[in-house]
Design a protein around this ligand. Structure first.
Ligand code: ATP
Ligand code: MG
Length: 405
């Protein structure tokens, strides 16, 4: 098979620095490679692996050094987050390694030797512009497809809790960190995904486990030695909060007020998760790409948010008013409104952390099962707890309009 003239064989044997060899073999149907999906950046195929398992293979066609760097960075994060070399995490796609041509191997070399030695497999028959990222094959469905095709199958209580729990784990990944003096230390790295959305979440059929996929944008949320930090690379407009392009909103993100990039990146994940949760629970989009972002490009996105930010002067002082997104909930789902509205706040500093969101989500679940259940009489302790956990979902106009001085 060839891609735009590039030689791209269907069977590849490749070896890592430790001398371990693997063979992958693309599975074919009707003479064509079995395509599991394709997104903005790549094609994903099904293949067999010499370990005896079926795997998924993401084919990237690399054009620029920046692209190579991004993928290389995600290799290191995937290694520690969920891989066969460290420990697979059930909620994150498990990483099996990367196959490249020896000529571009240098770009993938990491400061942490064990990463380089384990995950980078080279093969001379590879084309030097193609990179194959190898992951577990998930026998399941995309969350987005389930919502669109059979919304009654969405167990949003379970998936919501699993998604937020996955985010909590992502914030503290057991990692090895290369210091500038050459030493390596063990620690925990706060990672961000940056492209959370229902089409990047799969539900495994056999176990019902939620799995976050598309790990190419995963990065450590600050600059540490040996890791080049994060720069945004995935833009799915209806999941992107205003701080995604801070320069568009100088009023909101004044120079100097934008110090904590790490908090900002994490809060952006939180926004995308809030929008995802909304879709899971309400079975419809919080921000409708066709209706709300017109035209569906950077300009349409900027206009959508600009309408919600106004600046006035009061007694010589600048007052910024934010008109928050007001998501609609049916009466039976109102209990989720307060949490989700907080997750999608315009000002990233006001969104909950992953841990706070998980605790609040579970609190609502506990209330549903206990005092919130209609089956349980109020005199069995329901009244007291109810007051504690039920939040006022519809905010007053003045609370909705969030003022920043
Ligand atoms: N491990 C896997 N097992 C089964 N199917 C998969 C797997 N990985 C990806 N897919 C399918 O392929 C699709 C595209 O994969 P992925 O999201 O990783 O690519 P992408 O090009 O980065 O997508 P986008 O940029 O649109 O988010 C997924 O939405 C999913 O349907
Ligand atoms: Mg995707």
């Amino acid at each position: 098979m060839s891609v735009s003239g590039l030689v791209d064989p269907d069977t590849i044997t490749a070896t890592n620095a430790l001398g371990n060899s693997i063979t992958i073999n693309f599975i074919k149907e009707g003479g064509e490679r079995l395509l599991l999906g394709s997104g903005g950046q790549a094609n994903v195929f099904k293949a067999s692996h010499s370990l005896g398992k079926n795997i998924s293979v993401k084919r990237l066609i690399i054009k620029t050094p920046t692209e190579i760097n991004q993928w290389a960075r995600s290799v290191e994060c995937s290694y520690f987050l969920s891989s066969i070399f460290t420990r697979p995490d059930p909620n994150f796609l498990c990483f099996y390694g990367v196959i490249v041509h020896p000529l571009i191997m240098e770009n993938f070399v990491r400061k942490i030797k064990e990463v380089t030695e384990n995950v980078i497999f080279t093969s001379n028959i590879m084309n030097e512009h193609i990179v194959y990222m190898l992951y577990e094959f998930i026998d399941g469905r995309e969350l987005d497809d389930i919502i669109n095709e059979s919304p009654e199958d969405i167990n949003y209580r379970r998936y919501g809790s699993e998604l937020l729990n996955a985010l909590v784990k992502l914030r503290s990944v057991p990692t090895r960190i290369a210091k500038s003096d050459g030493s390596i230390s063990d620690g925990f790295a706060p990672m961000v995904h940056l492209d959370i959305k229902p089409s990047n979440i799969m539900i495994e059929t056999a176990t019902g486990t939620l799995k976050i996929i598309d790990l190419n944008t995963v990065c450590i949320a600050y600059n540490i030695d040996g890791n080049n930090g994060c720069d945004r690379s995935a833009f799915t407009l209806e999941y992107l909060a205003p701080e995604g392009v801070p320069t568009y909103f100088p009023e909101l993100f004044k120079k100097g007020s934008f110090k904590n990039k790490r908090t900002m990146l994490m809060a952006s994940d939180m926004f995308a998760t809030g929008v995802t949760l909304y879709k899971m629970i309400m079975k419809k989009a919080a921000i409708n790409p066709k209706r709300d972002i017109v035209p569906y490009n950077a300009m349409g996105w900027e206009n959508f948010w600009k309408k919600r930010i106004s600046v006035t002067k009061e007694a010589g002082q600048e007052v910024i008013e934010l008109k928050e997104l007001e998501l609609k909930f049916t009466p039976d789902k109102e209990k989720w409104a307060s949490l989700i509205q907080d997750m999608v706040k315009l000002d990233y500093r006001q969104r909950p952390t992953a841990k706070e969101a998980l605790d609040r989500f579970n609190e609502i679940l506990a209330w549903e099962e206990g005092p919130g259940s209609v089956a349980l009489p109020v005199n069995q302790g329901g009244g007291k707890k109810r007051r504690k956990t039920v939040r006022k979902n519809r905010q007053t106009k003045s609370r909705r309009r969030n003022r920043i001085h």
